[in-house]
Design a protein around this ligand. Structure first.
Ligand code: FES
Length: 179
């Protein structure tokens, strides 16, 4: 049953209000769809359905068309993402040096599998084919930071540092290998 008091409508309007300033930065043409989606994702952290509906209505596009674009580009996300995005390398060099065990240790520690996000929205866990740091294998990236020579025993400590701080943490193994 829907609420008749108007509060739901009001909170929805408040939730969608940031879209108005995004819309005002672009034309109402279909060519504005991608930049509007990018700005909306920056604003909300992902692209909720109500936001996609509002964008479709604003540009006079079908919701299906907007979904088609969102699902085509990997930069767009339909589900909430963690504050920290972990990318564990599953490339050959990392695999032969224990990357699979490192991934398992992360999954166990966070209680999620690759592709998932923790319920506290601290971490999203993804896998990637190769991040070009094979000499440091096994490797993961957390946000923009590269961590190498990981072991199932050490990886938890690296993640703990991200849980309590928003900045980068140092990894002696990776640092040492760079110099
Ligand atoms: S295979 Fe992992 S960084 Fe290249």
């Amino acid at each position: 049953m829907s609420c008749a008091c108007g509060n739901a409508q009001e909170s929805s309007a408040r939730y969608l209000a940031p879209l108005q300033s995004i819309f005002s930065s672009y034309s109402d043409e279909e060519s504005s769809l991608i930049p509007i989606l990018q700005d909306a994702q920056d604003q909300y952290g992902y692209l909720p359905q109500d936001v996609l509906k509002a964008i479709a209505a604003h540009l006079g596009l079908s919701l299906g068309k907007v979904y088609g674009v969102v699902t085509f580009y990997s930069q767009f996300h339909l589900k909430p993402r963690g504050r920290n995005v972990i990318r564990v390398c599953t490339g050959t060099a990392c695999h032969v040096r224990g990357g699979a065990e490192v991934l398992k240790a992360i999954e166990k520690k966070l209680g999620i599998t690759a592709g998932g996000t923790t319920t506290d929205l601290e971490f999203t866990l993804e896998t990637v084919a190769c991040i070009g740091a094979c000499g440091l294998a096994p490797v993961m990236m957390v946000n923009d930071d590269t961590h190498g020579r990981l072991t199932p025993e050490t990886v938890g400590m690296v993640l703990d540092a991200y849980r309590s701080h928003s900045g980068a943490v140092s990894n002696p193994a990776a640092q040492g290998a760079r110099h």
